[in-house]
Design a protein around this ligand. Structure first.
Ligand SMILES: Cc1cc2nc3c(=O)[nH]c(=O)nc-3n(C[C@H](O)[C@H](O)[C@H](O)COP(=O)(O)O)c2cc1C
Length: 170
């Protein structure tokens, strides 16, 4: 006779969105901070793990922004933005740029990229993008950026997997 242990699939009321997030979380990603300078001169930036490559020629990358983001109008209007791929020792920056904090750039030794987009020091790689394509994607806006300039170092990246920060294994 079978024991009374039920698998999670036995519950029809299981939270589908939670399960979908869990499944997506099995895909390990890096972490990036996407930044821009607004038309009024303010600096904006947010943490994303939706960044990925799209095309080599022309050089295109993709990331998505929650449609409810307070930065949505600025990202839709901006000619340029920068994508800063975080290094393994930049977990605090990831948290900072995902928080409600007022000025996320305080105390950072910023460099300036195309369109005035702030470049974060110590990043693994930085892609300066023209805001080429914006596309509605459900509850997110899909941004495809054309990379006009990039730089990178040899440092190891910060990893995000199953809702937690990780490091590359030796
Ligand atoms: C690991 C991680 C990955 C995230 N990825 C995204 C993302 O791809 N797109 C997005 O819009 N928000 C993402 N967020 C959430 C934003 O960073 C956060 O909602 C934002 O900073 C809130 O500020 P805002 O209302 O000004 O956008 C992520 C947060 C974390 C911690």
């Amino acid at each position: 006779m079978q024991t009374a242990i039920m698998s999670s699939t036995s519950f029809p009321a299981v939270d589908k969105e939670r399960e979908f997030r869990n499944a997506l979380g099995r895909y390990a990603t890096g972490i990036a901070v996407v930044t821009l300078k607004t038309q009024t001169g303010d600096l904006l930036g947010l943490t994303v793990n939706s960044f990925n490559s799209v095309s080599l020629a022309p050089p295109l990358v993709v990331w998505s922004l929650a449609a409810t983001s307070s930065a949505r109008a600025a990202f839709e209007a901006s000619e340029y933005y920068a994508i800063n791929v975080l290094a393994a020792d930049q977990e605090a920056l990831s948290q900072r740029f995902a928080s409600r904090r007022e000025n996320r750039f305080d105390g950072l030794a910023l460099e300036t990229g195309l369109g005035g987009a702030p470049l974060l020091p110590g990043s693994c790689a930085r892609f300066q993008c023209r805001n080429a394509i914006r596309h509605a994607g459900g509850d997110h806006i899909v941004f495809i950026g054309e990379v006009e300039h990039f730089d990178y170092g040899e440092g190891e990246p910060l990893i995000y997997f199953s809702g937690a920060y990780r490091r590359l294994a030796a």
